[in-house]
Design a protein around this ligand. Sequence first.
Ligand code: FAD
Length: 389
Amino acid sequence: MYKACFFLLLECMLETENVDIIICGGGCSSMLLLFHLQQYPAFNSLKIVVIEKELKPQPKTWCFWHKGNHPLQHLITSSWNNIQFGSKQFITTQAINPYTYSSIKGEDFFDYFLDQFIPQHSNITIIKDEVIQIEKTSPQLSKVICKNGNYSSNTVYSSIIGKEFQAAPIFLWQHFKGWHIKTEDSIFDEHIMTIMDFSCSLPNSFDFVYILPYSKNEALIEITAFSTQIWEETDYLNQLNAFISNKLDGAAYQICATEQGKIPMAYFNHSTLGKAGETLIGTASGKIKASSGYGFEKMRIEAAILASNYFSKKPLKNNAPKRFKFYDKLLLKIILENPEEAVGIFGKLFKKIPIPQILKFLYEETSLYEEALIFKKLPAIPFIKRIFN
Ligand SMILES: Cc1cc2nc3c(=O)[nH]c(=O)nc-3n(C[C@H](O)[C@H](O)[C@H](O)COP(=O)(O)OP(=O)(O)OC[C@H]3O[C@@H](n4cnc5c(N)ncnc54)[C@H](O)[C@@H]3O)c2cc1C
């Protein structure tokens, strides 16, 4: 009797639930997709399931640049209108008009989506489960098989990264550790963020310091490196201490919080569709720029396009110009093979090209003519060498 009930329960649990949209993974790109889908009136009639294995957001700070007000303006906690770049030879500080550089705290982002946005929409269900496999069951229908249940839909989005990612022909980690510090004295200019400071970088290494000053005596100071191997804990600590004693005159400070992470910087031909025809989103669809590690705004724009395509029933198209992938590939190769040469190239880039133009280039919004003007100012040999090997 008990055994029969158990199997009945198991069968019920494993029964396939049919919904309008399945979103595999409940991270950044999935929340951005929900945000943009919700802007269409027909959204409320859709039954949506988000399957996330953790439901424990990582403490991240997302930074990005944007023109004018941002659709998630209410989540932005800090913004800067000036950017500084530093090397061992020079420092430049520039206004970045028409852009603003902004940051959103991961906690604020997930608090908003998990505690406000999703509870306000009874058509969205978050399920804590692990996706095992996605299968095509008919030309229209896909089935998402999870540890504790199955779901089927004719629209599946997935932010789950496949194994092919780390087998990419060119693969680096952008890895970092940062301290949110409070200093006794007022030593920061809260209007200027530092995008890269190579002045204390190690020999034969591509590492720099990134600073987000929140007020005159509060900042996030992060040591960031691009390499195939993640550093030991002491490597980050040594570099953070070296920077603070050399560049901040050994200011007295206390650490309020730490942030640590790694971002895959992979060059390969990302597909927009997974093996079962599911639409890939976020990192899985290659939205993290291989040569910079930035992905937030690209993912948000992708989410806006996917939402519009969903309601207009338009098929997905990958319109991104291929030449930007080619530039990323060359730059990643230079960083991998000769990090010091790469540091020199970044130095030349920031010395000779206005920062707003660099930001436009990194968002892949420049024209071929503008790119020619940028490359004209950079040493040609490191790039030419990597085209042919
Ligand atoms: C520490 C850190 C800081 C970053 N900072 C910036 C920044 O400042 N600016 C910027 O532009 N970009 C930044 N990025 C890059 C990028 O914006 C983020 O990585 C972003 O979170 C990527 O979103 P995503 O949806 O692709 O992946 P995620 O946010 O990682 O979401 C994927 C989700 O899928 C879930 N999942 C995985 N496997 C399964 C499974 N089998 N079943 C169910 N769920 C599963 C995971 O638990 C995760 O929640 C940062 C990345 C990191 C790691």
